[in-house]
Design a protein around this ligand. Structure first.
Ligand SMILES: Cc1cc2nc3c(=O)[nH]c(=O)nc-3n(C[C@H](O)[C@H](O)[C@H](O)COP(=O)(O)O)c2cc1C
Length: 254
């Protein structure tokens, strides 16, 4: 068969079309699995923050969904702290709200201590109740600027709304072994039991550089070699416990 430029282009074009169709078919075929895994991942992160699953525990999608069903999801209006009873928690999308000028508000630089730039109108918080219906834990999604990245995590308070139960970050770009230790449960467990607020009600719990003073209710042992990320964690926690974060909601919960 004689070679020609037309034939070469025809073969190349056909090959491109076949490959595009294959890639599109694969992407479409995998979409349900990707969505299922994303949901499982989200549920596991909340379950860990709520103390219903251990950090390294492998849980099936069915078990995660069953445990997640025990958690009450509440959509709140962040600015007022009121609950949006008719809103569907599954439809509250942080990233989409932050891109939408009507779904989020810009923070004044002087208020933006966590470096979040914009705040979504709505957040989903997670309540864990005891068998008697009493509030056991409140899991609050938080995010803020670390050294290299925006860190996404959960701050969990005990039912007294004063004591830290857990602080964990599940998504960030801090350096493994340094700032990346913010997702190491053995380092982060030191936040558990600390007092979130001082006596005047101001956010007070924080990482210190080095070792916390013995018996200090607010100080947490710092991450060595990671003071800059730790500072970002401090600013993030303080911001979300404050008036622009969950302050109004926690006041209504009390
Ligand atoms: C390549 C590289 C990556 C680093 N990553 C981090 C990091 O993720 N978080 C952090 O706080 N410091 C990081 N540091 C170290 C900071 O520059 C700084 O030295 C450190 O935060 C100081 O912490 P220390 O006072 O506990 O020693 C990194 C340094 C280098 C050279």
């Amino acid at each position: 068969m004689k070679d020609s430029i037309l034939k070469t282009f025809t073969v190349a074009t056909l090959l491109c079309i076949v490959c595009s169709v294959l890639v599109a078919m694969t992407a479409t075929g995998l979409k349900p699995n990707i969505e299922k895994n994303a949901l499982l991942d989200k549920q596991l992160n909340v379950l860990r923050a709520a103390g219903l699953a251990a950090g390294d525990e492998k849980i099936s999608a069915e078990r995660a969904s069953e445990l997640f069903g025990q958690i009450e999801q509440v959509v709140i209006d962040l600015a007022s702290g009121t609950t949006a009873a008719d809103a569907d928690p599954a439809k509250v999308d942080l990233a989409a709200q932050l891109k939408d000028p009507n779904g989020s508000v810009a923070l004044a630089a002087s208020d933006d201590t966590a470096g979040v730039k914009r705040l979504p109108n709505q957040m989903v918080v997670y309540l864990v109740r005891g068998a008697d219906g009493a509030l056991g834990k409140v899991v609050l999604p938080i995010y803020g600027q670390g050294l290299w990245s925006v860190m996404y995590g959960f701050l969990t308070l005990e039912g007294d709304l004063k004591t830290v139960a857990d602080l964990s970050f599940y998504d960030h770009g801090e350096t493994p072994g340094l700032g990346g230790e913010i997702s190491n449960p053995s380092k982060m467990e030191k936040w558990s039991g600390k007092s979130a607020f001082d006596e005047s009600g101001k956010p007070a719990v924080h990482f210190v550089k080095g070792t916390a003073a013995a018996g200090d209710p607010y100080q947490v042992d710092g991450l060595s070699g990671a003071t800059l990320t730790s500072n970002g964690v401090n600013r993030t926690v303080s911001f979300w416990l404050g008036e622009h974060g969950y302050g109004p909601y926690l006041a209504t919960l009390k």
